[in-house]
Design a protein around this ligand. Structure first.
Ligand SMILES: NC(=O)c1ccc[n+]([C@@H]2O[C@H](COP(=O)([O-])OP(=O)(O)OC[C@H]3O[C@@H](n4cnc5c(N)ncnc54)[C@H](OP(=O)(O)O)[C@@H]3O)[C@@H](O)[C@H]2O)c1
Length: 316
């Protein structure tokens, strides 16, 4: 079978398509014939060596959707349509025609849902779920601010927050404002505007903030959050971040929660719920573009360097 592997760390050019042995599932794993793979920024961190890989050569990738092959385990059998996430971290990843996936990282793809949509939703949906359901415990009628509302996580987070009954504010480049509103945001602000904090406050201080750029917004979040606000930090572009006036965090009883979706408990249960929302059209990823395995280099470059709405998907 073919798999995209790295033999050394480096820029996107180190991604190579290799002919390799089919993986041999270990106990508790399911062999999946992969039909679609979500591409995420984190895949590039493992490629670059910023995050550790267990061995080289290494197959990157967290998300997959496909069909169970051979004897499944636990609740899966041959021919089942499944999707999953959380691979590629301490174990081989998903940029491959066949993947041995832990059964508890998988859920069934509902009838009528495409493999592309399921793979596109897995990691970003699990992230938004962990942030809003597990950590922030968003309640109906609360105000939620999503930084980067057109991004992979952001465009799904906007929909999940809206589905949970929240009033949704988002930031995005001007060209995506109509799209992000159509996904469920009540108000969208250009993150480049100098008066962003004033604009957000005029719309209503957020009870919950999903921060995809923690290195930029820790102080901003503190300044705009409502009393008892919950700030969930998931992403950063540089290693440094901080406050210029940390005192405001105390007066407002703010809670900061930094997280990684890899730590999500019971991923299979979360994915099953996300599958239901996808089937009902309540949380639907936008697939911006699909690429063949051979074009994984371009797919990762697109994710890191281009501005678009939604997700990039590999189709092996
Ligand atoms: N901790 C976790 O579990 C977890 C899970 C998933 C993702 N992440 C991290 O979260 C971040 C976002 O992931 P993603 O998949 O959504 O990435 P993405 O698809 O590349 O989206 C990034 C978003 O951030 C926006 N953005 C860029 N610069 C900004 C700025 N200065 N202020 C506000 N927004 C800005 C982008 O807008 P433009 O289109 O205008 O550039 C885009 O909407 C990444 O760092 C990723 O590694 C963490």
């Amino acid at each position: 079978m073919r798999a995209v592997r790295i033999h050394e760390h480096g820029d996107a050019d180190v991604l190579r398509v290799d002919d390799t042995e089919s993986p041999d599932p270990e106990p508790g794993q399911v062999l999946v014939d992969v039909e679609a793979v979500g591409v995420n920024p984190v895949d590039t961190y493992f490629r670059e060596g910023e995050y550790p890989v267990p061995h080289l050569p290494f197959v990157p990738g967290s998300d997959l959707a496909g069909t169970v092959v051979g004897d499944g385990v636990e609740r899966f059998e041959a021919g089942d349509r499944v999707f999953g996430t959380g691979l590629g971290n301490g174990m081989s990843g998903t940029y491959a025609e066949e993947v041995a996936a832990p059964a508890d990282f998988l859920a069934h793809v509902p009838d009528g849902v495409s493999f592309e949509d399921a793979a596109a939703l897995a990691l970003v949906g699990t992230t938004a779920w962990q942030a809003f359901v597990h950590h922030a415990k968003v309640e109906p009628a609360e105000t939620v601010l999503v930084h980067g509302g057109n991004g992979g996580v952001g465009h799904v987070a906007v929909q999940l927050a809206e589905t949970m009954g929240a009033r949704v504010l988002a930031t995005a480049s001007e060209e995506f404002h109509d799209d992000v509103r159509a996904l469920g945001a009540d108000e969208v602000f250009d993150y480049r505007r100098n008066d962003l904090a004033d604009a957000v406050l005029a719309a209503g201080a957020p009870d919950v903030i999903l921060d995809t750029h923690m290195d930029r917004y820790l102080q901003f979040n503190a300044n705009v959050a409502a009393t008892d606000g919950r700030i969930i930090g998931i992403g950063n572009d540089t290693a440094e971040g901080g406050f210029t006036d940390i005192g405001v965090t105390k007066g407002k009883e703010l809670r900061y929660q930094f997280m990684t979706m890899y730590n999500t408990a019971e991923k299979d249960a979360v994915l099953t719920r996300l599958g239901s929302l996808l089937e009902r059209g309540e949380v639907e990823p936008v697939v911006h573009e699909t690429y063949a395995l051979e074009d994984a280099v371009e797919a990762q470059r697109t994710v890191l360097e281009e501005s678009f709405l939604g997700k990039v998907v590999l189709v092996p």
